[in-house]
Ligand binder design. Structure first.
Ligand SMILES: [Zn+2]
Length: 211
């Protein structure tokens, strides 16, 4: 980020959530602080919280767009849900390439993994959103950009989802350009039950810059 002015930089501790605003024209990076850690991201229009990022829909639009901007496995443009359908953010740098569009871990998922009561991304997002007067029921929470998640849908053609440890190492990052003023809620996934975070929870660094 040598040619850009970093205006804010902070560590989000393991197993926690945080929300922050990024203005139109600013960029932000989600950086592997230690490596092999997934960061779940929810995006809302900072001036209209009803307008929220819709992950799966964005994957389809990227794929079917005439310029083939991306896909479920390599998203370029992040669109908001109907009826808005605006480009909220553009992925401007993603060398590692891995993300998973869809759900985050929840209490039921933890029960299925035989860890009832274990902290989940639901708890992290609840904490993060509270500061902005929002509850989990106010967001379309299954629609998450899970940065660094190394999950494959239907690898065997039988509808299963395969989760492998992240391939991202310390210092790897995904960079976004805000195409509107956005509220970002990030959950540093507290799942140490599956391979999602390589069975060990770590911190994530956020960098916001003026591009
Ligand atoms: Zn999680």
């Amino acid at each position: 980020m040598s040619s850009k002015k970093i205006i804010d930089e902070f560590i989000v501790p393991k197993c926690t959530g945080k929300a922050f605003k990024v203005n139109k024209g600013q960029k932000f990076r989600v950086v592997e602080h230690e490596g092999k850690q997934v960061a779940g991201l929810i995006f809302l229009n900072a001036h209209n919280y009803k307008e929220q990022f819709m992950a799966e829909f964005s994957g389809g639009l990227n794929y079917f767009h005439p310029s083939h901007m991306g896909s479920h496995y390599r998203l370029s443009k992040l669109y908001s849900k109907v009826p808005y359908e605006n480009v909220m953010l553009t992925v401007t740098d993603n060398k590692i390439g891995d993300h998973f569009l869809g759900p985050h871990c929840t209490k039921t998922m933890m029960e299925i993994w035989k860890a009832p009561g274990h902290r989940s991304c639901s708890d992290n997002f609840t904490d993060a959103l509270r500061e902005f007067g929002l509850a989990l029921e106010d967001v379309y929470s299954p629609s998450v950009f899970n940065a660094f998640a190394n999950a494959t849908i239907d690898p065997k053609g039988d509808g299963t989802i395969q989760i492998d440890p992240p391939r991202s190492k310390k210092g790897d990052y995904i960079e976004f350009l805000a195409e509107m003023d956005v509220l970002v809620a990030v959950s540093i996934c507290p799942d140490d039950q599956s391979a999602m975070n390589d069975h060990s929870c770590k911190a994530i660094k956020i960098q916001i810059s003026q591009s």
